[in-house]
Design a protein around this ligand. Structure first.
Ligand SMILES: [Zn+2]
Length: 178
């Protein structure tokens, strides 16, 4: 199947960044105008993004996150250089939800829940999935996006169903599936 890439809105996602802490809007241009981001921050969108800092780090491991010490964004320079553009875009939408949650005083890493069931993660994923649908991505494509190396297949499927994204049929090798 030929891959059909969704067209991203008019935003800039840098692929070459310094290992430093920088103003978010200097590197991620146009995000303050996105409906998906306005749905996260409402009237505060421009002010919050204007104040937001992004810290680029150099490890090959990790993707993006939000500091639970002061709510700034943390992004892997390696991921920016090598990651898939749609995934990076949706990850930013996801992380910006965590930025708002931090500002609201919500715990971002509540160990009472597993990752795929944590309320703050579900809220972040709901925004990302809504944006994925707005881009025209299919359930299959969104499911592929949801697959990450820190969730098992079962966890991804559970998360997917929670988010109303239909997981593909399970393929069991060497067995008849009915
Ligand atoms: Zn998250």
């Amino acid at each position: 199947m030929a891959s059909r890439r969704p067209t991203l809105p008019e935003v800039e996602i840098p692929s070459d960044v310094p290992i430093a802490k920088q103003p978010f809007l200097e590197y991620f241009k146009g995000f303050e105008n996105l409906p998906a981001v306005r749905e996260i921050f409402g009237d505060e969108t421009v002010r919050v993004l204007h104040d937001l800092k992004v810290e680029f780090f150099s490890s090959k491991f990790g993707y993006m996150g939000v500091s639970d010490e002061d709510g700034h964004l943390v992004v892997s320079a390696y991921y920016l250089k090598n990651g898939d553009s749609v995934s990076k875009y949706l990850d930013i939408v996801h992380e910006l939800v965590h930025v708002r949650q931090y500002r609201e005083g919500k715990p971002l890493f509540d160990e009472a829940f597993e990752y795929h069931e944590r309320p703050t993660e579900l809220e972040a994923y709901r925004h990302a999935v809504k944006e994925a649908r707005r881009l025209g991505m299919s359930d299959q494509e969104i499911f592929e996006y949801l697959k990450v190396d820190w969730m098992s297949e079962d966890e991804v499927r559970k998360l997917s169903r929670t988010l109303d994204v239909k997981p593909p049929a399970r393929r069991v090798q060497g067995e008849r599936v009915r």
